[in-house]
Design a protein around this ligand. Structure first.
Ligand SMILES: C=C(O[C@@H]1C=C(C(=O)O)C=C[C@H]1O)C(=O)O
Length: 293
């Protein structure tokens, strides 16, 4: 579906706390192009962007890989970690050895990246062969049916707070231990036709997102205060949480994401080699070089 280009740009916002540093100081109503914000779970934003219902969004990095030919990626924005992330969690009811040996893992319907990261870790790095199923993100209901449950985002955070003594594996930590690399969970993608039709609007939005991120990183206290008020927890928890997250997309994150795509392809979960194309090489930032005189 191609949207009517006279309408304002529609931006998807992941409805989890992990993106707050990018959005806390982002005020769409103050932008000249007055974009609309649509909040949803990552899997829903992945679908909406793929179907052209929205023009740009933070989406699962895996969903970017699946449809990369339709998208350009905004530089320097992501949800990444190098080591533990605290919100991509596998809760174990049975010992890991049993899970690996044909055990059942219930995986949240809200994710695309972490479900594939889980498969890579279980199969490539642990040599296991679990059985996967999708389930709504409700830990106790998931563990009634399965030996282990994968939750992400605020669902994982809240479940970790009221943990019933399950062993918990932080998948970002596992990825780092096995590869020594960054893991990028979400990237900011723009539909190619939107980037071509409205480059100035995309640039205005992009600069406002990057500015919001810069302000948040200069002082995380307002973001932490907002998280305390709306989600709960303690100040120390949120300091640790935002301290472990990273919202850049540079050489390290790119290298980690390429490796993730390579392993997903190797295991048959990604159907092609993915080349990561950032907007600067496709958009107005890359003005053609002046021809030699
Ligand atoms: C770090 C996180 O990153 C996320 C994980 C995603 C996924 O698994 O598809 C998508 C977007 C991000 O929200 C998280 O949700 O906790």
């Amino acid at each position: 579906m191609n949207r009517d280009r006279t309408e304002p740009i529609r931006i998807g916002r992941i409805d989890y706390t992990n993106v707050w540093p990018i959005f806390h100081h982002f005020e769409p109503a103050r932008l000249r192009c007055a974009p609309e914000l649509v909040r949803a779970m990552p899997a829903e934003l992945n679908r909406r962007l793929r179907e052209g219902e929205i023009d740009m969004a933070g989406i699962s990095s895996f969903a970017y890989g699946l449809n990369s030919e339709d998208y350009v990626l905004l530089p320097n924005l992501s949800v990444s970690a190098r080591g533990p992330v605290q919100s991509i969690l596998l809760f174990l009811k049975s010992p890991l050895e049993k899970v690996l040996d044909g055990g059942r893992i219930a995986m949240t319907t809200t994710s695309a990246t972490s479900v594939n990261l889980l498969k890579i870790l279980m199969e490539k790095f642990h040599g296991g062969h679990p059985v996967y199923e999708s389930a709504e993100p409700d830990l106790e209901a998931m563990l009634k049916q399965a030996d282990a449950a994968l939750l992400i985002g605020d669902h994982a955070i809240r479940a970790s707070w009221k943990s019933r003594g399950y062993e918990v594996v932080d998948l970002s930590d596992s990825w780092y231990r096995f590869t020594g690399m960054w893991m990028t969970f979400a990237v900011w993608a723009v539909r190619r036709e939107a980037a071509a039709a409205k480059p100035a609007d995309i640039m205005e939005i992009y600069e406002a997102l990057v500015a919001s991120k810069r302000i948040s990183y200069g002082d995380m206290r307002p973001v932490i205060a907002h998280a305390l008020r709306t989600v709960g927890g303690t100040e120390a928890y949120w300091e640790g949480y935002f301290g472990g997250l990273n919202h850049d997309f540079g050489a390290g994150q790119r290298e980690g994401l390429s490796l993730f795509f390579k392993y997903a392809r190797e295991l048959g979960y990604m159907d092609k080699d993915v080349s990561i194309e950032e907007w600067r090489s496709a958009g107005p930032v890359a003005a053609p070089a002046a021809p030699p005189q």
